[in-house]
Design a protein around this ligand. Structure first.
Ligand code: FAD
Ligand code: NAD
Length: 457
């Protein structure tokens, strides 16, 4: 049996970065990936990169001024092809980068534990076993498919992965779930020209976000024709006359939505099925996520987990930071833990994007802070006018006692870049006046932070 210093199960963000790092330290590394379409993991192949490439294409469509449905359908197909070319190139590069390293072996196959040091790799019915001193689980997550009647039988149901393989633009797209994926796909497909309906159980859109900003985002969505059916229960999906029909109930009212495609986006679950974690003494929680301590170690003392598989926030940059925690604790004599991740910005790539760091006003008040707030309409930003994207609203929440920034939500063009500046100011524990008086280049969206923080009262 071949022996390794480290075995990594799953070619995700944390895993591939760790493989390269450990190889650089002279360790012999085995990296196991179950699909040759997934080298580089979710982000590159079926997540962040393909979705944002498609979002970017919708901007080209707008600039080209295409309006006829046939033109839009052709453009959509072209966009899917361009996206496939991009991810194919990235996947190849990701594979090559590690496969060309002398002390990394990449195994194609499904990894599972035979014991705490032995991993079985199954490929086309054949099994190979390898032994590892340290083992890292980086198997990611998969779309949850709820037990709705008819969902498995319908030919019109897609996940975020399979819908991006569809070359025909769905004329009528129904989305189950108004979370990150639901909203990003709603915004993108509406921009491509689909008629989009979004269904969610929740009472309001984005219940965790600032209410005024969530309402503004909803108004922007509705202005482009997206319909929302909230507080709605999906009862059944039925195929008839070449279409899929989603039957829903809202209180005592029942209705049916005709759809060419139905996207299921109600969340993603950790990929722990089939890993045979019990054989290694690794524990999972009630959602199937690998249980780890604050240094990402599992219940087995030679096994760690990183990325989506360990539950919690599902972002590529969290998986990358998981790698940093493991790296620093294994090699740099560090003492980093997940507990020092106190500033985590995020963006939902709708159009314009919604980005946030820290608390909303109501969260801060609920936590007992006395707050001051700043507020700025995107319309007032010169760069927004230049770019012709003036929809949106920006808000900042300040601790009235210390003048420190407690949180910030930005719904405006390029907010996904601006939010990192605010996150850096919070991380550096600066007062809000730091951004109010900072010298920014002009004309940029970032300079709006002068006015946003200047409006604090
Ligand atoms: C549509 C979509 C859009 C997204 N957009 C963003 C975004 O804009 N920004 C952002 O930060 N995050 C985004 N995310 C989330 C982000 O993609 C994930 O959080 C991140 O990719 C998770 O990385 P990971 O390291 O956990 O593992 P992954 O990248 O998921 O990799 C896990 C790998 O393990 C393999 N695998 C699984 N089981 C086994 C096994 N038993 N044996 C061998 N191999 C196995 C899988 O095939 C996969 O390649 C998006 C996700 C989706 C689905
Ligand atoms: N921009 C980004 O960073 C980005 C983009 C896409 C995905 N992601 C990651 O992927 C993860 C998964 O995204 P997601 O959108 O699938 O999940 P999510 O958890 O963000 O949202 C799920 C939504 O589905 C709703 N829901 C749950 N059960 C339902 C049901 N039976 N009927 C109707 N609605 C129901 C919930 O109320 C919620 O609004 C996210 O948590 C995020 O971390 C990140």
């Amino acid at each position: 049996m071949k022996k390794y210093d480290a075995i990594i199960i799953g070619f995700g963000k944390g895993g591939k970065t760790l493989a390269g790092f450990l190889a650089g330290k002279g360790q012999n590394v085995a990296l196991i990936e179950k699909s040759d379409k997934m080298y580089g993991g979710t982000c590159i192949n079926i997540g962040c990169i393909p979705t944002k490439k498609l979002v970017d294409s919708t901007k080209v469509l707008k600039n080209k001024g295409l309006s006829g449905i046939e033109e839009k359908e052709r453009f959509y197909e072209e966009s899917i092809n361009n996206k496939n070319t991009l991810i194919g190139a990235l996947r190849g590069k990701n594979y090559e980068m590690l496969a060309t390293k002398e002390n990394i072996d990449i195994y194609d196959g499904f990894g599972s534990f035979a014991s705490k040091n032995i991993v079985n790799i199954e490929s086309n019915g054949e099994n190979v076993q390898i032994e590892g001193e340290k083992i890292f689980i980086n198997t990611g997550s998969t779309a949850i498919i709820p037990g709705i009647k008819g969902i498995k039988e319908s030919n019109h149901v897609y996940t975020s992965t399979s819908i991006m393989e569809l070359k025909e633009l769905p004329k009528k797209l129904t989305i189950l779930g108004a979370g990150y994926i639901g909203l990003e796909f709603a915004s993108m497909y509406a921009d491509f020209g689909s008629e989009v309906t979004v269904i969610d159980l929740a009472q309001r859109l984005m219940p965790r976000e600032d209410e005024e900003i969530a309402d503004r985002a909803k108004a922007i969505f509705e202005a482009k024709g997206i319909k929302f059916l909230l507080e709605s229960k999906i009862e059944e999906i039925i195929d008839k006359n070449g279409k899929g029909y989603v039957q829903i109930s809202q209180g005592a009212n029942n209705s049916e939505i005709e759809s060419d495609a139905i996207l299921v986006a109600i969340g993603r679950k950790p990929n722990t099925e089939g890993l045979n974690l019990e054989a290694a003494g690794v524990k999972t929680d009630e959602k199937g996520a690998v249980v780890v301590d604050e240094t990402l170690k599992t219940a087995a003392d030679n096994i760690w987990a990183m990325g989506d598989v360990k539950g919690g926030l599902q972002f590529t940059y969290i998986s990358l930071d998981d790698f940093r925690i493991i790296r620093d604790n294994l090699y740099n004599g560090g003492n980093r833990t997940v507990n020092d991740r106190n500033v985590i910005p995020y963006s939902v790539f709708i159009n314009p994007p919604l980005s946030r760091v820290g608390m909303t006003e109501s969260e801060a008040i609920a936590k007992g802070y006395e707050v001051k707030t700043g507020r700025l309409e995107a319309m007032a930003i010169p760069k927004a006018k230049i770019e012709g994207v003036t929809d949106g609203l920006l808000k900042a929440v300040i601790d009235a006692k210390t003048d420190k920034i407690l949180g910030c939500t930005l719904l405006c063009n390029t907010s996904h870049e601006m939010i990192n500046i605010v996150a850096a100011a919070i991380k550096a524990e600066q007062k809000y006046t730091f951004l109010k008086d900072m010298i920014f280049t002009h004309p940029t969206m970032s300079e709006a932070l002068n006015d946003l923080f200047g409006s604090v009262k």
